[in-house]
Ligand binder design. Sequence first.
Ligand SMILES: Nc1nc2c(c(=O)[nH]1)N[C@H]1C(S)=C(S)[C@@H](COP(=O)(O)O)O[C@H]1N2
Ligand SMILES: [Mo]
Length: 198
Amino acid sequence: MNKRNFLTSAALLGVTAAPAFGSQRVRKEACAASPVVLTITGAIKRHNRGALDPAFDQLLAKHQVKFSEAYAVDFASLAGMPAVTIRPTTEYDSRQHTLSGPLLTHVLEHVGAPSAGSTQIVMHAVDGYAVATTLDKVRAYQFIVATQMDGKPLPLGGVGPLWATYDADNIPELSSKPLKDRFELSPWGLYHLQVTEA
Ligand SMILES: Nc1nc2c(c(=O)[nH]1)N[C@H]1C(S)=C(S)[C@@H](COP(=O)(O)O)O[C@H]1N2
Ligand SMILES: [Mo]
């Protein structure tokens, strides 16, 4: 699927499922000027960019990501996808916050990732933090790629612009743990996803 298709289908879905995000026209115009915030590599069927550029893909190169093709997702298309809202108690201040963004499974489907539950998903954050998990876990926890917290975009330099997270309060195997042990699979500053067929 090319980028235009991705944006069109995301926008169409957004209109039915998340009307609060405004008109399709506004979203499409925003897309053109919106930075890429997530690069997806590995076993995906759709691509919209070529190989790693060691000159200007500085952070990807620094984190030793390698690819000949990838799918680059800009902020506006993520923000325009149907959003799921959760209200977990976060580790950092022990308070509940409203986090919203598309389901990670939805993002993965859009780039043609495999559907087998054993598919490996590695998530890289801007600070070098990395998490390896499986599509089974991504489904079970209903991971979202949060683009907003408490109604505001997440800042780069803080926990944004993307925070892969889940509603730990409502996942028994996590809510039974101390708060500080619930979010190991939740990278803030997410910027790269590597998909590997198991
Ligand atoms: N980007 C990023 N995300 C992260 C981390 C991190 O260091 N960087 N630490 C993880 C871990 S192990 C936990 S328990 C929680 C809280 O981590 P922290 O206490 O190191 O901030 O966030 C998770 N997400
Ligand atoms: Mo941790």
